[in-house]
Ligand binder design. Sequence first.
Ligand SMILES: NC(=O)CC[C@H](N)C(=O)O
Length: 436
Amino acid sequence: MFCRYIVRVPHLYRGLATHANSVVAVPATLHLKTGQSFHGKSFGAPKSIYGETVFSTSITSYTESMTDPSYRGQILVFTTPMIGNYGVPSNTAPFDSQDVGVIPESQNIQAAAVVVGDVAEKFSHYTAVESIAAWCKRNNVPGITGVDTRAITRLLRDQGTTLGRLAVGADAALPAPGSSEYWDPSKENLVDQVSTLTPYTLNPRGSIKIAVLDFGAKANILRSLVRRDAAVTVFPWNYDFNAVRDEYDGLFLTNGPGDPGHCMEAALKLRRTLDEWNKPIFGICMGHQIIGMAAGLDAYRMTFGNRGHNQPVLALASAGSIKAGRVYVTSQNHQYALKLQDPFPQGWEPFFINCNDSSIEGIKSTTDSGKKVWGVQFHPESAGGPLDTIEMFTDFVSECQAHKAQFGYTTTTTTKVKDALDIPKVAPRVAVAGAA
Ligand SMILES: NC(=O)CC[C@H](N)C(=O)O
């Protein structure tokens, strides 16, 4: 009777099967460059890796976090004690040019490694096809479980994001590496590793045309534009949008991993766009930092950044669906931020600040500047996070539509972009960097 039941409920059956197949524990050790070591058990790929150790306070959506290209090169510590109980869904959605072809945020796991208090061997969800351990193994990403993630988080909060090494198997018993051996992902241009190589278009028959500069786009950002009937053309991060800008109704700059200082080239190109082009521009996270740098603000590295789905931000100005004086709960993943300066560059004003640490959470062009430009440090598209600010996408698309209705196109240039159907991916192109 019970057997018949589990055969009819495949996700339950899979969970039980995973549990039954549990293997003998392989040791793993997380070393921090600052000298602390944490011993636990390995799950996922049996390999050792270097990375930057960060913590996230998200309670749900480990699949979305782990596939977020902005986590590239990072050893991701979950503060939520139990991770994996709802398993992992299949990652391919039907690719029909109306959607981006993946269910999580990109095709593969982007984090270098994951650190969990208690990884769930049993999982249950109607969309689950495998356990987090099996998924990590298939993606060649190591994990450690059975460590005190609260102690690790308190250390990272006090000393800041710290370089680390996850040592697995025989490596776990070796002494910690010397401090010069740690690999520092922030020294690399990680954006260049995750951005698309060639332009492609989604929803080519959409009612307005939006160009996207891809610094490591999360799938749900592109989906949020397509679902509002935009034709979306995605360009490599360092593409000179000025060469094709007359063909578009709006420009969008995505999230992306690492130090925005590596993308100064994009900020300089954008400065020209801001000087010479008056259509709406919207940027998220890395995109917001690029807009800020183009406007003349500096970016700095925060102590431990903001990562999680419970970051409160206060709106300082009203625009579209956003009302000054309201607090919105947001999803975030960043280590860098724009510096608050007084006065702000002419034509710009702060849009949001973080209620916990007063860091800048958004900037916008002033009403009298004649421009419609916004950047937000948080993620309004929030797959896996709160939907408080999702209507910012509607605001942006509506502004593009209004601009098109008023001014139409002034096409003076042409470009050939590949149709989306030829490029079924929003994908990273190389294996996770920093593998030992
Ligand atoms: N999610 C992002 O776009 C992150 C932006 C930038 N890489 C940072 O860490 O601050």
